[in-house]
Design a protein around this ligand. Sequence first.
Ligand code: ADP
Ligand code: MG
Length: 724
Amino acid sequence: MDRLQLVRESLTRKVEEPKGPSCKTSDYFGDLVFDRKKMAQYLEPGTLQALYSCMEGGTSLDSKTADGVALGMKKWAMEHGVTHVTHWFQPLTEGTAEKHDSLIDYDGKGGVIETFDGKMLAQQEPDASSFPSGGIRATFEARGYTAWDPTSPVFILDDTLCIPTVFISYTGDALDYKTPLKRALKAVSDAAVPVCKLFDSKVTKVYSYLGWEQEYFLVDEALYSARTDLMLTGRTLFGHNSSKDQQLDDHYFAAIPTRVAAFMRDLEFAAYHLGIPLKTRHNEVAPGQFEMAPIFGETNLANDQNQLIMNLMNRIAPRHGFVVLLHEKPFDGVNGSGKHNNWSLGTDTGTLLMAPGKDAKGNLQFITFFVNTLAAVQKHNGLLKASIASATNAHRLGANEAPPAIVSAFLGQTMTQVLRKLLEVPSDTPIEIAGKKGKKLGLVEIPEIFLDNTDRNRTSPFAFTGNRFEFRAVGSSANCAGAMTTLNAAVAEQLLQFKEDVDQELAAGKPLNVAVMDTLKPIIRSVLDVICFEGNGYSEEWKKEAARRGLNVETNVPKMICEFTRPESLQMFTRTGVYSERELTARNEVKWEIYVKKVQIEARVMYRMAVNHIIPAAVEYKTALLKEVALSQQVYGNQDNCVTELQLLSLLDKHINSVRLQAQAMKEACDKAEAIGNTYEQALAFHEVAESFPALRRPIDKLEELVDNKLWPLPKYRELLFIN
Ligand code: ADP
Ligand code: MG
């Protein structure tokens, strides 16, 4: 069986990967991707050059080049048995969208031939009127266009050539995640290059890097199918905790269960063919929870790969009898899932800007980018939180194992000390920073230990980890682009401001290092006072302290979303060219709408499960007990032997009544919310509905503890959470 065949099989049913020395990962890594190697092999030299220049952002794709590229691509694809082609895009719903077209066309001689040209590659017009647009596209002009993003390579999935594209409206407004992300990446490069040039004139481009850590749960397919809530909402809406879950921390980093390891291997096998450089796999904290992470890469590509891997996971899991849960909080009482976004910037000359440099100048450059990043996070802390806010992530934020619903930054002891020391140095003193060897060169010193400094504070949503910042608040089901667009745009804005300020200092005749430090000092003072926090982010005191510092402490998701259209945000996004006001307004509508629908679905599922599953089971048990009591009475002539049964009956009655009342109240609140016309107002009303869920859940979980196990209609946490 050839390799392509194997990959196809691996996506649908069990295959044994050929083993042996002839089968190194590096031999087949990326062979289903039309990467630079394949471009060089399949494209004419002129076409190749034109495409490279387009990929590097120098030129846009002309029709002649597009035709040339399509020709080579078609040859490569057909050699791999491709029959269909699709534009692959990321609308504002979850996941990716694709509409496959066969390659066939009439040949004019009564038969068909395979065709694929530049037009099909470069642009399509999917009838995509059902995708959310927040009112940007009225139904009468429902056109949406997809256009090829040459910076993300084309790949083959099954029999289909997938072309990563942006998705925009007739009026040019972004209707997807990719378009604003690409704008933000350009903005951060454009803003960072002039700053880099202060230190190194050779820099012409700055890249944003992303390394995502994808957390997920696996559950048994059969048990999953017996839980309507998991199937329809992705999480359990009820469930008493298991006597043992994560108390012993015995799942974290433990040996990977055999069945799970087999799933991971199949997933990696498919991922490697598609050029996704998966590096790490391990058990996470909660039972049934796992994580994987690739080697970090350029943000746009890394994000496409994350979208693709989520798709692959869903396809491959059933082969092992699993369903993947990407929801942020599938089970109450145990850890939820996030997607830490490890983020940094680097130059086209190979310098990582979020890591200390080799010499004083390099360190100054590092401090410049480090401090400006903190300033951007400080200024837009509420917006960054809004960028990861969703109905599903709301269950995780502010809960006890996840980042609090306050964005602060953790620097670690070393960097905090470095910043403090910098403030003590007189401004007119040239500053030298000690090299890694620990040799003292001047007043401020970065200890030798620095690069290996693995200070960790798991309670911080934005933590420095040696050569990058880790934005931990991103949800496991999210498209990373939401967070990455906002972060890169905010940093871009800050760098533009910094460059203006530093230029003034330079114009006043100051030497570079003094000009830079003079500009940085007030920023350092401010970030140390406001955004930097080294303590326990879960504590109550921090909530008070954060509010005192003026950080955003909002916990209501629909309200958080308003951050996008605050004047500071509008100004930042328009200055960097990332979103227009119209796009922001439209996106808020979409976010509220999705929020409303998610909560509405959960409320409906909850109501029906309570009324159709839970109450009947509890009543059946109650009836059995009543019969037992009546029988006792008949036999013994009194109820004296039935004291515990009678107590149990009164408890059952209490909880059953409570379920009925709460379910009814929730339904009424839902009906009221559904009647509201304004999307924002409606989202606020549904937020209240969501807040009432625990009141319904509590008596149901109590009933689970009381009712005969045989009668309980749902698989329990103790069954769902443990894989064997
Ligand atoms: P952790 O110890 O935080 O769990 P992992 O090894 O699970 O770390 O994941 C760390 C992620 O960060 C990986 O994807 C890794 O490639 C990525 N990463 C490492 N250095 C950088 C960097 N400079 N910029 C962006 N991402 C990075
Ligand atoms: Mg990790």
